[in-house]
Design a protein around this ligand. Structure first.
Ligand SMILES: Nc1nc2c(c(=O)[nH]1)N[C@H]1C(S)=C(S)[C@@H](COP(=O)(O)O)O[C@H]1N2
Ligand SMILES: [Mo]
Length: 334
């Protein structure tokens, strides 16, 4: 058949620039299954596979497409079983919109530039250090860590402090699983999480020297122990693409998006409240707790409403982003 004879996946590197390529992994897997291609072929990863898919997608060189997730030793874990306990009152956000509208200041402060500029992030090998006040401090390889847990898919609302919102199918595991593995001591009051520091990958860590790199975020132990706190390794049924915080990021859906730190390299249990990136920069605008609350305006704008990023539809903001039944108890009567 034509496809095999012409080996279209062997297209020249220059025709498979990350910027030009978008791979819908599910569709690709269907095609590869039909062609009898093996996991070994998939593991060759990168440009050749993407280029191959491109020929079927009708996509190709029309810029402005997100970079595909690379194939990794954990790719076969996707799509994971969906946990039906977490449902939504709104349709899922269109993947193409979500993947080109990102906050990831290490790469750019312009949302629609992040997906292309984050191609410099190298996510294998990748280690996550568990340290501080724990019984089992250890450095885990990311693929080792995901094998110690059971990945699941959850649909969550997501609300940025800038008043835009999404509805996202994340794949990952609850933070409580990490606590089970690490066994924090009773003296631990907080979890501090840190993003990579690498000026070769992330131009803004080199250029914006006044920012408090590396990006750090934190939760109280009570918050980290809540069933909603989630460590995401995937999105839309495949691994996280770089712009969403590969290979692992936090998702705390009752808090403003800046709490949901991306590309985590270190998780430390501590007895002191951690200094965090946005809170250090502008404490009056971004507080440590940062729970979604329509009645507390940002100093420069209202939080009463939110705008869905794909449809532009406006909805009223809901306290705790709609998750009061899970988390209101953490905060008493506030
Ligand atoms: N390391 C790091 N994590 C980060 C950010 C960042 O700039 N750097 N931005 C935060 C903000 S403000 C938001 S709204 C979300 C955006 O996540 P998304 O791009 O996957 O939608 O990531 C959060 N995590
Ligand atoms: Mo945000």
């Amino acid at each position: 058949m034509l496809i095999k004879k012409n080996k279209p996946w062997l297209i020249p590197e220059r025709e498979a620039t990350p910027e030009a390529v978008y791979m819908d992994r599910r569709r690709f897997l269907r095609f590869s299954g039909a062609l009898g291609l093996s996991a070994g072929f998939l593991l060759t990863g990168g440009a050749s596979v993407s280029g191959f898919f491109d020929l079927f997608s009708g996509g190709g060189s029309g810029g402005g497409r997100p970079r595909p997730p690379r194939t990794t030793p954990s790719s076969h874990l996707y799509p994971a079983r969906r946990n039906p306990a977490y449902t939504l009152d709104r349709p899922l956000t269109d993947e193409k919109t979500a993947s080109v509208y990102n906050n990831f200041y290490e790469f750019s402060s312009r949302k629609n530039d992040v997906w292309s500029l984050s191609s410099g992030l190298i996510t294998r090998p990748w280690t996550v250090e568990i340290t501080g006040l724990v019984e089992k401090p250890r450095i885990y390889d990311i693929d080792e860590l995901t094998r110690l847990v059971k990945l699941e898919e959850r649909f969550y609302r997501f609300r940025c402090v800038e008043a835009w919102a999404m509805a996202v199918p994340w794949t990952g595991f609850p933070m409580t699983e990490l606590l089970r593995i690490a066994r924090p001591l009773s003296s631990a009051g907080y979890v501090r999480m840190r993003t990579f520091m690498n000026k070769d990958w992330a131009p803004q860590q080199r250029l914006q020297v006044w920012l408090p790199w590396p990006y750090e975020e934190g939760l109280t132990m009570e918050e980290a122990s809540n069933e909603l706190a989630f460590l995401a390794t995937g999105i839309y049924g495949h691994e996280l693409p770089n712009q969403h915080g590969a290979p692992m990021r936090l998702v705390v859906p009752w808090k403003y998006g800046f709490k949901s730190i991306k590309s985590i390299v270190r998780i430390e249990f501590t007895d002191a409240r951690p200094k965090t990136f946005w809170n250090t920069l502008a404490p009056d605008e971004y507080d440590f707790t940062a729970n979604v609350d329509p009645s507390v305006p940002h100093p420069r704008w209202s939080q009463a409403k939110e705008r869905m990023v794909d449809t532009g539809e406006t909805r009223p903001t809901i306290k705790y982003n709609g998750y009061a039944e899970y988390v209101a108890g953490l905060y008493g009567k506030r």
